[in-house]
Design a protein around this ligand. Sequence first.
Ligand SMILES: [Zn+2]
Ligand SMILES: [Zn+2]
Length: 389
Amino acid sequence: MSPKHDYYETLHVAKAAAQDEIRKSYRKLARKYHPDLNPGDKAAEERFKLVQEAYDVLSDPKKRQMYDQYGFYSENGVPGGGAGPGPPPGPDFGGFDFSEYFQSGAPGAGRRTSAGDTGSTGGFRDIFSQFFKGGAAEQPEPEKGGDLEYGLNIDFWQAIKGSQMRLNITRYDVCGTCNGSGSAGGQTVSCPQCNGTGQVSQMAGAMRFNLTCPKCGGSGKLKNACPTCHGEGRIAHTETVDVRIPPGARNGSRLRVPGKGNAGTMGAPAGDLYINTHVEDHPYFHRDGDDIQIRVPVSVWEAGLGAKIEVPTIDGRTLLKIPQGTQNGQKLRLREKGVFNARTNQRGDQIVEVAIQAPKVQDERTKEILREMAALHPEDPRADLWEKL
Ligand SMILES: [Zn+2]
Ligand SMILES: [Zn+2]
């Protein structure tokens, strides 16, 4: 694999360099040594690979931490350990430069190994996975609370006129006992896992390591956890939230209630509550955006002779003029009888679809009149249909 080299040196940065410093330097060097810009130059290619490798480790806080602590980083665990003759058990390897060790084989073993050529790494791998779980995770940082999503069914009229709804929601709220600190106050207690030293010993094969204590993150102390929230700083509870549904709310609209999501940890701001409205259908009125559609039955003579009929609207009854000679399926518009739109400050229209109903003929007199009509209109009503076939 790679020869031993100092990643910080490779990237031309100091050991204490900040992430963006590392990134900047990496970009500069990657450009300089990029194979496309140095065709055929083996040295540049090697250099480019080293820069990539160094950046891969130093740009990742976990990998960098491990590199800083052990002087190397390996994704495959560490070969050579455990198998074969190892160093005598017992010594404290804290601060030991493992890159040295793994490049040249175990001291005193006289055996040369290079990273990547053996596989018996179980003990190490366990240590590293444990190592990653500890450290950072045990030192929580304030985190903004998550957003919550709730679905809300409202009926047609609640959506048209708007309404005030009361919702029961379950959310994390700031713990009242500790005011979100998670601590019961007073002094901290000594970490039981490391006895307050901040370090724990681990055996891997024949070797013993000192690792940062995963429970306290190396501080050796644990805060006196709040008994109500067990140190979480927030607790789940159910509360009622009043929600104002604006007039004209549409199906699928999303209402935001700021600050009613989950509380953040350690005093960080809460998330928001989002309410997804589902508007139930009405048996006759149909919403099409801000317009209302309705089918209205009209008799043959109303359609033929013209008429003024009453139709339902969302405001109540309204007169609608049926023009003489109206056909079935024709659509008539009632301006501004639709749904109020708060954004445009305007109302939509109501669209009335005419549904002509044939008379129910039982008596002789009606039949007589219809026969007379038939004689007056010998034309084929399906003439168009035949023509277009
Ligand atoms: Zn608490
Ligand atoms: Zn500890």
